[in-house]
Design a binder for this molecule. Structure first.
Ligand SMILES: [Zn+2]
Length: 175
């Protein structure tokens, strides 16, 4: 099976599988389908494993979230060090699925990572890192170079970005 977008009969089976996942998990994967990155991940899992039950899918989703969160945290910590001289410890924590938490949990600082779209995950991880730096190190990071206020992590069409609330402008990419 190719990793291209699904079509025809395969698409029907794919959609049915996503509905099964939505019933067994706390996230509805169909909500993420407007993202090419999320669709590629879901389609690749479906292609390799078929219509696996939610309980089998959950650890793959956890690993996907963990990998993308770690990618963002690693990139951001390099910037934190370059800009502030500090080397804070920001772990990406993963708890396996349980009865109460059928998806398991991926967290960066106090922030749960719940996205499927990689840029959504990057923005959540950035927000978690930012909270942790503020809580633990009293560090407001990153700052807008023009307005000197803390930036806000969000998703744009081009990916996860830092935006400034003053003047409402995009300052830079997160990853
Ligand atoms: Zn600004």
């Amino acid at each position: 099976m190719s990793t291209d977008t699904p079509s025809g009969r395969e698409d029907e089976a794919f959609r049915a599988w996503l509905r099964t996942l939505a019933e067994g998990l706390t996230t509805d994967p169909e909500d993420a389908l407007d993202s090419q990155g999320a669709l590629a991940f879901l389609w690749a899992v479906f292609g390799e494993n078929g219509a696996m039950p939610p309980a089998y899918f959950a650890p793959l989703l956890g690993a996907h979230r963990q990998a993308h969160a770690q990618q963002a945290v690693t990139a951001l910590l390099t910037q934190v060090h370059a800009e502030t001289g500090r080397r804070p410890d920001v772990p990406v924590r993963y708890s396996p699925p349980t009865e109460c938490e059928p998806e398991g949990a991926v967290c960066v600082g106090p922030e749960p990572v719940q996205g499927i779209d990689p840029s959504h995950i990057h923005a959540e991880a950035a927000e978690g890192l930012q909270c942790l730096l503020a809580d633990r190190s009293r560090l407001v990071w990153p700052l807008c170079p023009d307005h000197r206020v803390g930036l806000h992590a969000t998703r744009a069409v081009s990916g996860a970005v830092w935006v400034c609330s003053m003047g409402d402008h995009t300052v830079r990419r997160i990853v």
